[in-house]
Design a protein around this ligand. Structure first.
Ligand code: CP
Length: 303
């Protein structure tokens, strides 16, 4: 059984195949009838142990556009609150003849653990601070769409690198596609040794980094994953590292602005920048459906 647990496991060829497949699904999504019957005989369950807006809706739409039957499970309101384990929960769902699992969980490695115990494909929709592979795929797909390619592009990943699964999956994906990556943020939010370990540049100076970059992917401060605040206030963070119009106007060029959502407006990103022509934030969300259709189709086909 093949899974999508992380970008770390993929080759550049795998990623390019996903993009070529997503190109075709993006075309389908422009048509009046946006559905294809590719996964008509497939039942997919979306198992979310952690909150989500974009990823859950995007997967559900992707599944329905492919003609799959879809079941949604949220931990809140389920028998997890009565003490049922992850593996019992999923095995009970699978005994109802489900063919594929999409899972989000707050624990790093939860989908990898599950993959050892079940025999249907699993797609990781975000596990703790580890990976969020479909987010990285839709991000790189959106860069490719806006700039014509990813190879050789200079991408800044800004903010809370330490607690962000989006950052890690983006780094793996962008590096495999030949981009140059700089992570920038306060020293307390950037893991030590990340530069040598993952082949990225490290900077603590947002203005210098954006002057270098073609694209800034701005991340939310993941307060829910921090045991104690790693800076004195969100206001202090915003003043030092917030991406706003004044900062962008001080650069000698226009750069593309991205954000995986949800945005904390006025903290990591100002509203005027988020809603400007430089921002491709809603393109990222739109591309999420075609990209996830590609992943589900390729996994379903290999079954
Ligand atoms: N980008 C992202 O994962 O958003 P959600 O948490 O709303 O799914």
């Amino acid at each position: 059984v093949k899974h999508l647990l992380g970008i770390r496991d993929l080759t550049r060829q795998d990623i390019e195949l996903i993009f070529q497949t997503a190109d075709q699904f993006k075309e389908v999504l422009q048509r009046p009838i946006k559905k294809v019957p590719t996964l008509r005989d497939t039942t997919i369950v979306n198992v979310f142990f952690e909150n989500s807006t974009r990823t859950r809706i995007s997967f559900e739409l992707a599944e329905k556009r492919l003609g799959a039957d879809v079941v949604n499970f949220s931990a809140s309101g389920s028998s997890v609150s009565k003490g049922e384990t992850l593996i019992d929960t999923v095995n009970n769902i699978l005994s109802m003849k489900v063919d594929m699992v999409v899972m989000r969980h707050s624990a790093t490695g939860a989908p990898h653990f599950l993959a050892k115990h079940i025999n249907v494909p699993i797609v990781n929709a975000g596990d703790g601070i580890n990976e969020h592979p479909t987010q990285a795929l839709l991000d790189a797909f959106s860069i490719r769409e806006r700039l014509g390619g990813v190879e050789g592009k200079k991408i800044a990943i800004c903010g809370d690198i330490m607690h962000s699964r989006v950052a890690l999956s983006n780094i793996y994906c962008l590096k495999k596609l030949g981009a140059e990556v700089t992570v920038v943020g306060p020293p307390t939010l950037i893991p030590k040794h990340i530069g040598a370990a993952l082949g990225v540049n490290v900077s603590y100076n947002i203005r210098e980094t954006l002057e270098w970059a073609d694209v800034a992917n701005v991340l939310r401060i993941q307060l829910e994953r921090q045991n104690m605040p790693l800076f004195s206030s969100l206001r202090e963070y915003s003043l030092a590292y917030g991406v706003n119009r004044k900062l962008l106007d001080s650069l000698k060029k226009d750069i593309v602005i991205m954000h995986p959502g949800p945005i904390n407006r006025g903290v990591e990103l100002s509203s005027d920048v988020a809603d400007s022509g430089q921002s491709i934030i809603l393109d990222q969300v739109e591309n999420g459906v075609a990209t996830r259709m590609a992943v589900l189709y390729l996994l379903g086909r290999n079954e």
